[in-house]
Design a protein around this ligand. Structure first.
Ligand code: FAD
Length: 492
C-alpha cells in the first residue's frame, strides 16, 4: 500500500519531504544536514547523490532521481568523470552561482559555494526564457515548487529560484556554506611553504574553508562584486530610473482574473502612458507586471514626474545624489508605485498591500539603470609558483541586466553553461590560452542573445555552446589575442 506524501511513515522519508518543501535558505540547509546525518551519509559530489538515491528509494523521491539521472547521463559529463580532479570555489549562491555549481558537480568536480548572506529574501520576479523553463523542469523544479511555471507563466521570484537551485545543488553533492564572504585570493606558497594550491581569504577567517585549495574560481557575486584582475566597461545610456515594488498576493478570485503586463514599452502603447500621465501625473517609459508569489511591478519612471510628485526632492546633475536616500521622500515613492500599479491593472487588484522586504519595510525600491556595467572579459588565468588558477565570471558580475527586459537570468544561465564548458576544456588539459580564447569567442555573443537568435531546439541545450548558439565560431578570437588574460606572479 502506498503512503500519502504528506505523512510518510519512514523517518528518512519525512525529513526528505520537509527538505523538498523548505521555504527558507537556512531551513533547506538544516533539513539537508539532518537527512545526511540520519542516513549516515558523508562526503560530497556525485558519490553523495548516489548514496541519497540508494537510501531514498520510494515513489516520491524516485520521480526526482529519474530526472536528475537523465540529466547526469548527458554525454558532456562523461559519467561524472570529465572534471574528476578539478576543485572549484563558487562565490555567491544567487541563481547563476548555483546554476554553475550544478553543472560543475555533474562534470565530477568538487564544488564548494560560499555565500555571504544566510537568507534568500528577494521577492522581485525574474522573466524566464523558454530554455530556462525547460532547463529548470529537467532539474525537477516542480518537485520543489509545485506552482513552477504552471500554464502560460514564464517567471519566478528570485528567492524561489534560489531555493530550487539550492536544493538541486545539495542533492547532487555541492557543498554550500552560508555566512562566508570571499575577500580575495591567497597565492600558493610553493612546495616548501606546504601549500601547493590557491586558497581564499574568507570572512570569518576562522572558516575551515580557508584551507581549501582549488584550481577554478567561479565568481557569481552579483553586479557589485567582481574579483581583482577583471576590468569593467560602463555603458552610459539616457537617464533611466527604475522602480520595483511587490504587493501581497492573496490569490483571491479577483486577483487571479487581473491580466499580467509583460512589457508595455512606451513606443507601442502611447495611449496607455498618456492616460496614466493625464490621470495621475505619473510619467513612465515602460511597466511590467507579473503575478507570482507577490504582485510584482517594475517600471522606468521619468525624472520630471518624480520631481513633480515629490518623490525626488531636488533635481541634481549626478544620478547618485539624485537618488540618494536624503533626496527621496519614501512615502511619496510608495504612493507613486501604488498609484502606477493600480492604474495599470485598471484598479482591479483589490486592497493593494505592500509585501515586506528583508528589512521588514514595504518592498519598494528605486534604482539607477542609466549606467550599466559589464566585464571586458569572461575569464582569466593566474599562475604562481607553478600552480594555475582559472577564474571565470557568470551572472550579473559578468553583465549587468536591465531588469524591465528581464534578461538577467537567461543570459546568466547561458554564461553559467559557457563557464562549465570552459572548465571541462581546462580539465581536459587544453592549453590555457586556447581555453581563454574560446571563452572570449563565446562571450562576444552573450549581450546579443535573445530567444529568437538562439537555437530553437531547447531540449538539446547542454553546456556545449554549439547546442545553443547557431553558427558559433569558437575560434573567432585567437590564443595570441588573449595573452594579457594570463597573469603571472602575485595577486596585485
Ligand atoms: P545575484 O542574484 O545578485 O547573487 C549574488 C550572490 O552573491 C548574492 O547572494 C550575494 O549575497 C553573494 N555575494 C556577493 N558577494 C559575495 C562575496 N564576496 N562572498 C560571498 N558571497 C557573495 N532582476 C530582474 O530581472 N528584475 C528585478 O526586479 C530584479 N531585482 C533585483 C533586486 C536586487 C536587490 C538585486 C541585487 C538584483 C535584482 N535583479 C533583478 C537581478 C537578478 O537578481 C539577477 O540578474 C539574477 O538573480 C542573477 O544574478 P546572479 O546570480 O548573477 O547574482
Amino acid at each position: 500500500m502506498s503512503v500519502p506524501a504528506d505523512e510518510p511513515s519512514n523517518p528518512a522519508h519525512a525529513i526528505f519531504e520537509r527538505f523538498l518543501r523548505a521555504g527558507e535558505c537556512r531551513e533547506v540547509l538544516s533539513c539537508f544536514g539532518e537527512l545526511c546525518q540520519h542516513l549516515g551519509l558523508q562526503g560530497s559530489g556525485l558519490q553523495l547523490y548516489h548514496g541519497l538515491k540508494a537510501a531514498l528509494n520510494y515513489w516520491s523521491a524516485k520521480a526526482l532521481w529519474s530526472k536528475l539521472d537523465k540529466k547526469a547521463g548527458h554525454k558532456d559529463y562523461d559519467q561524472g568523470t570529465a572534471c574528476a580532479s578539478t576543485k572549484c570555489l563558487v562565490v555567491g549562491a544567487g541563481p547563476c552561482g548555483l546554476r554553475a555549481a550544478i553543472e560543475l558537480v555533474l562534470l565530477g568536480a568538487r564544488v564548494v559555494v560560499v555565500e555571504k548572506r544566510d537568507s534568500f529574501s528577494r521577492n522581485n520576479v525574474l522573466h524566464l526564457w523558454p530554455f530556462t523553463i525547460h532547463d529548470l523542469r529537467a532539474l525537477g523544479a516542480k518537485k520543489f515548487y509545485g506552482r513552477f511555471c504552471t500554464g502560460m507563466l514564464d517567471h519566478i521570484s528570485i528567492r524561489q529560484l534560489q531555493l530550487i537551485l539550492l536544493k538541486v545543488a545539495l542533492l547532487l553533492g555541492v557543498e554550500v556554506h552560508i555566512n562566508v564572504q570571499f575577500k580575495g585570493l591567497v597565492p600558493p606558497a610553493g612546495k616548501a611553504g606546504g601549500h601547493g594550491g590557491w586558497r581564499a581569504v574568507l570572512q570569518p577567517s576562522s572558516s575551515p574553508l580557508s584551507h581549501y585549495e582549488f584550481d577554478v574560481l567561479i565568481s557569481a557575486g552579483g553586479g557589485k562584486f567582481v574579483p581583482e584582475g577583471f576590468k569593467r566597461k560602463e555603458t552610459r545610456g539616457k537617464l533611466a530610473i527604475g522602480i520595483t515594488t511587490n504587493f501581497i498576493n492573496r490569490h483571491s478570485r479577483a486577483e487571479v482574473e487581473v491580466a499580467e503586463i509583460s512589457g508595455v514599452a512606451r513606443i507601442y502603447n502611447q495611449k496607455f502612458f498618456q492616460n496614466l500621465y493625464n490621470k495621475t501625473g505619473i510619467d513612465l517609459e515602460n511597466i511590467v507586471y507579473y503575478k507570482d508569489d507577490t504582485h510584482y511591478f517594475v517600471m522606468t519612471a521619468k525624472k520630471q514626474s518624480l520631481l513633480k510628485k515629490g518623490v525626488i526632492l531636488q533635481d541634481k546633475a549626478d544620478i547618485e545624489s539624485l537618488l540618494s536616500p536624503e533626496n527621496v521622500n519614501r512615502n511619496a515613492l510608495l504612493s507613486y508605485a501604488k498609484e502606477a500599479a493600480n492604474f495599470s491593472t485598471n484598479y482591479h487588484l483589490p486592497q493593494l498591500e505592500f509585501a515586506l522586504n528583508h528589512r521588514n519595510l514595504p518592498d519598494v525600491d528605486m534604482f539607477d539603470f542609466t549606467c550599466m556595467t559589464r566585464s571586458e572579459n569572461a575569464a582569466l588565468v593566474r599562475e604562481h609558483n607553478g600552480a594555475r588558477l582559472l577564474l571565470g565570471l557568470v551572472g550579473d558580475c559578468l553583465v549587468e541586466p536591465f531588469w524591465p527586459l528581464g534578461t538577467g537570468v537567461a543570459r546568466g544561465f547561458l554564461a553559467a553553461f559557457d563557464a562549465a564548458w570552459m572548465v571541462r576544456r581546462w580539465a581536459a588539459g587544453t592549453p590555457p590560452l586556447e581555453v581563454l580564447a574560446e571563452r572570449e569567442s563565446i562571450y562576444q555573443h552573450l549581450s546579443q542573445t535573445s530567444p529568437d537568435n538562439t537555437n530553437k531546439n531547447i531540449s538539446q541545450y547542454s553546456i556545449d555552446p554549439a547546442t545553443r548558439y547557431p553558427n558559433i565560431n569558437l575560434q573567432a578570437i585567437k590564443a595570441s589575442q588573449v595573452r594579457d588574460l594570463y597573469l603571472m606572479g602575485m595577486v596585485e
